[in-house]
Design a protein around this ligand. Structure first.
Ligand code: HEM
Length: 258
């Protein structure tokens, strides 16, 4: 990909070409490698710049859907009504299926992918809430605490996309997890829009075509599943098994040949 980009946009300038190569590698490491690793069942390890993150968000989404069939039902009602059964959702549907946005926001909030931001070194003295923070100090932002603050979100440990919806649309008064889940300021995640849109289109497409549910035990009971997350720099569920069933033959064909 980097080579064809350079053929098309390359100027022969080594600095530009180095940037093109680095940008392509970042996108590759940030999205494709972790997604492929999930599909192949292989581990993918963090590299600087957001590797794992989009795949971790999708992993969290699948767990949330297994645990909350009522959320799937609501999303499907919206998708069937707005998108219909004859095509997959596209970015043209952006703004028309707010419950899908609410699910993406709740995935980012419920178990934030990067719960504690990496340390940032202050380049000058700063004052926060009456405290002097001296130049050279390291500051680490607790995203988990911000996104589980009861003042902002009632019942913060529950997975509840409805908290972002008011009168059938996204509630502009509700604090948007996107404001903090991708960091802040000069070092804010440069992949945040790509990440949001990747997760959004995947969630919309998967929910259009598949039911996600618990596996059955041999005697026909639902297998128990818990909120069991990896405790590390990037937060995501420990591996779990679930059933992903096409809603119908027509939905399966739609997903396979959009
Ligand atoms: C749901 C998905 C993602 C989340 C939650 C996420 C979150 C973050 C966070 C919290 C940071 C640190 C910001 C800070 O230090 O203040 C960061 C940095 C970064 N992210 Fe992402 N990220 C995601 C996806 C991506 C993707 C898809 C890419 C690339 C295509 C990417 C590229 C980067 C890079 C290059 C940095 C380092 C920026 C810098 O230090 O200047 N991220 N991300």
């Amino acid at each position: 990909m980097a080579w064809s980009l350079m053929e098309e946009f390359g100027t022969g300038d080594p600095v530009t070409e180095k940037r093109l190569r680095a940008t392509t590698a970042t996108v590759y490491l940030g999205t494709l490698v972790p997604l492929l690793a999930r599909v192949l069942g292989r581990p993918a390890y963090i590299s600087p710049g957001g590797a794992e993150t989009s795949a971790s968000a999708l992993h969290t989404f699948f767990l949330a859907m297994v645990l909350h069939p009522e959320v799937q039902a609501k999303a499907r009602e919206e998708l069937d009504r707005v998108v219909g059964a004859h095509r997959l959702p596209t970015f043209d549907d952006f703004g028309s299926i707010p419950y899908i946005d609410a699910i993406v926001k709740e995935v980012l909030r419920w178990y934030p992918i990067v719960p504690i931001l990496m340390p940032h070194k202050l380049s000058e003295d700063d004052v926060y809430d009456g405290y002097l923070l001296e130049k050279g100090s390291f500051v680490m932002v607790n995203i988990w605490a911000i996104l589980h603050d009861e003042q902002r979100y009632s019942d913060p440990f529950a997975f509840n996309p409805d908290r972002f919806i008011k009168d059938g649309v996204l509630d502009p008064e509700m604090f948007d997890p996107e404001e903090v889940a991708f960091g802040f300021g000069r070092r804010v995640c440069p992949g945040r829009h790509l990440a949001y849109e990747t997760v959004w289109i995947m969630i919309a497409s998967v929910l259009s075509c598949f039911d996600i549910g618990k596996l059955k035990t041999e005697d026909g009971q639902d297998m128990e599943l818990r909120e069991d997350f990896v405790s590390s720099f990037v937060c995501e569920p420990n591996p779990f098994k679930c059933e992903i069933r096409p809603r119908s033959q027509q939905h399966l064909e739609l997903f396979a040949h959009p």
